[in-house]
Design a protein around this ligand. Sequence first.
Ligand SMILES: *[C@@H]1O[C@H](CO)[C@@H](O)[C@H](O)[C@H]1NC(C)=O
Ligand SMILES: *[C@@H]1O[C@H](CO)[C@@H](O)[C@H](O)[C@H]1NC(C)=O
Ligand SMILES: *[C@@H]1O[C@H](CO)[C@@H](O)[C@H](O)[C@H]1NC(C)=O
Ligand SMILES: *[C@@H]1O[C@H](CO)[C@@H](O)[C@H](O)[C@H]1NC(C)=O
Ligand SMILES: *[C@@H]1O[C@H](CO)[C@@H](O)[C@H](O)[C@H]1NC(C)=O
Ligand SMILES: *[C@@H]1O[C@H](CO)[C@@H](O)[C@H](O)[C@H]1NC(C)=O
Ligand SMILES: *[C@@H]1O[C@H](CO)[C@@H](O)[C@H](O)[C@H]1NC(C)=O
Ligand SMILES: *[C@@H]1O[C@H](CO)[C@@H](O)[C@H](O)[C@H]1NC(C)=O
Ligand SMILES: *[C@@H]1O[C@H](CO)[C@@H](O)[C@H](O)[C@H]1NC(C)=O
Ligand SMILES: *[C@@H]1O[C@H](CO)[C@@H](O)[C@H](O)[C@H]1NC(C)=O
Length: 556
Amino acid sequence: MASRCVFSLFFTYIALFTSPCFAEDPIVNFEFVVSYITASPLGVPQQVIAVNGHFPGPTINVTTNDHVVVNVRNKLDEDLLMTWAGIQQRKSSWQDGVLGTNCPIPSKWNWTYQFQVKDQIGSFFYFPSLHLQRASGGFGGFIINNRDIIPIPFATPDGDIMILIGDWYTRNHTALRRALNAGKDLGMPNGVLINGKGPYRYNTTLVPDGIEYETIDVHPGKTYRIRVHNVGVSTSLNFRIQNHNLLLAEAEGSYTVQQNYTSIDIHVGQSSSFLVTMDQNASTDYYIVASARFVNESLWQRVTGVAILRYSNSKGKASGLLPDAPNDQFDKTFSMNQARSIRWNVSASGARPNPQGSFRYGSINVTEIYVLKNKPPVTINGKQRRTLNGISFLNPTTPIRLADQFKLKGVYKIDFPDKPITGEPKMETSIINGWIMVSGRRIVEERTTSGMVLLVQQHRIATYKLGSFSTGMARVFPGGWTAILISLDNVGVWNLRTENLDSWYLGQETYIRVVNPEVTNKTEFPMPDNALFCGALSKMQKYVFEPYISNMMYFE
Ligand SMILES: *[C@@H]1O[C@H](CO)[C@@H](O)[C@H](O)[C@H]1NC(C)=O
Ligand SMILES: *[C@@H]1O[C@H](CO)[C@@H](O)[C@H](O)[C@H]1NC(C)=O
Ligand SMILES: *[C@@H]1O[C@H](CO)[C@@H](O)[C@H](O)[C@H]1NC(C)=O
Ligand SMILES: *[C@@H]1O[C@H](CO)[C@@H](O)[C@H](O)[C@H]1NC(C)=O
Ligand SMILES: *[C@@H]1O[C@H](CO)[C@@H](O)[C@H](O)[C@H]1NC(C)=O
Ligand SMILES: *[C@@H]1O[C@H](CO)[C@@H](O)[C@H](O)[C@H]1NC(C)=O
Ligand SMILES: *[C@@H]1O[C@H](CO)[C@@H](O)[C@H](O)[C@H]1NC(C)=O
Ligand SMILES: *[C@@H]1O[C@H](CO)[C@@H](O)[C@H](O)[C@H]1NC(C)=O
Ligand SMILES: *[C@@H]1O[C@H](CO)[C@@H](O)[C@H](O)[C@H]1NC(C)=O
Ligand SMILES: *[C@@H]1O[C@H](CO)[C@@H](O)[C@H](O)[C@H]1NC(C)=O
């Protein structure tokens, strides 16, 4: 059995055990303790969610085909689920960490995720998926490296830098939740954080004294891979580094055709990697900026993240004005054209047998078309909600996948409309059926060639996460349409959601249920032994947590 031992600051990777299903690939173990800590990223003390005492959490750094085991201990005062954004849980929606598939991990309990990162490479992140918790933190980077035998389409960078950007409120997620529940808008965020830290004091009027900012140390002449993720609530951000070109190399886990950008828009939930060469003279440090997009910048000035790029031979501080953002606040054309300019490099070797999953799109038989339309917030039963096609998703108390496993009826309806409904919007547990017809038979093969097209229209910019299919994520621009072809090649129950946290919290999501009527572990792994039970199945929960004993165990 292959075994790798890499030691890093926060956790240890140990190849542990063999089992038939774990064959030859290494197992990497992580212990995640999720708890509140006090931090003052914008100068105001507040409770943030930390992983192993760190905010943001530690980076998970693994290699394609590794089996990732993460034991998550919930030390929050509410339920928790971790989700792995953009990472395909192949054949195992049991590990996806959303309420449609998993029972939540109750306060003071722990639960161990186990999944293989298969046929994927690139930059992703993890975050807590429930109760708006991501607005208080709990996120961290997730790198999947190529195996040594698979070359990357650029020279090995001299360093690897993780940058998590996101809008930030000084109110915590419970306070933000209260606002949303009361039908209020979250309003303008209080700032933008870069790696959990507030802005460098580039302007003494705008930025108060005493705020800790992020510094990225580099050496002149070297080229770094900088991985940037927007982990925020709902603000699209423009990312740029003063005087430096950003050579885009990867977006959402696919290598791209390499192009230089002076700045790039990164919407909520998106991840990109840039190769940045430190080719400037070190007369001063340089600004790294993430500023709010598509807003009136004179009103949103404070919603700007500023970090420092410091050359090892730097002669002074960064000063003066920040590098300009695109000057087109009410014109989305630039941003749309920029998004369109990003192309996959289909000849670059990806981790997959069919690199980037794109070759066979031409040969996919489209079996269903869904027109998904989202509108501004609506009021349903006196509550402000968000919808897709007029349906605001209501999470069932028993997860959909679990209900299927035990053949429970009435938990959900497979009646998600294929176009917007004409009547009043409603709150329902209504999902999309992803059964597939092949020669008159409904079946899912391991590598099926059937697909579904989603035509999405949006009234504001959003990114959509499409469960665990071959496509990953799609950007949808206001008023515009985006056609998304998804290959229905992964059996399970998969979340289709907007990544904008407030809209998602208010019901803008559904699930696509891909079923193979023949129960076989070739197309879906069996229910994990440690599955939690809740809702109608809560009596089946064998292991009952004993808080006192475990508190002794957990408070190290
Ligand atoms: C899959 O099913 C086969 C036959 O039922 C069994 O031998 C095998 O152990 C199962 N594999 C997994 C990973 O459960
Ligand atoms: C969130 O903020 C409220 C005040 O708005 C405070 O009462 C509450 O304790 C905070 N919650 C957490 C989990 O820190
Ligand atoms: C991730 O791990 C690989 C070894 O597997 C190492 O070469 C690389 O530098 C690590 N990257 C980061 C960002 O820690
Ligand atoms: C909780 O953690 C313990 C070890 O610390 C582990 O043995 C157990 O399997 C975990 N529980 C679950 C449900 O994963
Ligand atoms: C695509 O990847 C291939 C293989 O690594 C590389 O040779 C080529 O230069 C890349 N093309 C572009 C346009 O980036
Ligand atoms: C700082 O920001 C304020 C408010 O926008 C502006 O009036 C002022 O000119 C800025 N100061 C500098 C030194 O740029
Ligand atoms: C990108 O810009 C760098 C200078 O920073 C230049 O050396 C390189 O040739 C450019 N690459 C492309 C593909 O335009
Ligand atoms: C370095 O930058 C400073 C400020 O932009 C400039 O005055 C100086 O000429 C530059 N030196 C070189 C060697 O390029
Ligand atoms: C942006 O806000 C400022 C301050 O309220 C206002 O004066 C200005 O007209 C606004 N700009 C646009 C284009 O709406
Ligand atoms: C697609 O459908 C056509 C017509 O039903 C069928 O002939 C063809 O074999 C299908 N292709 C694939 C790849 O399943």
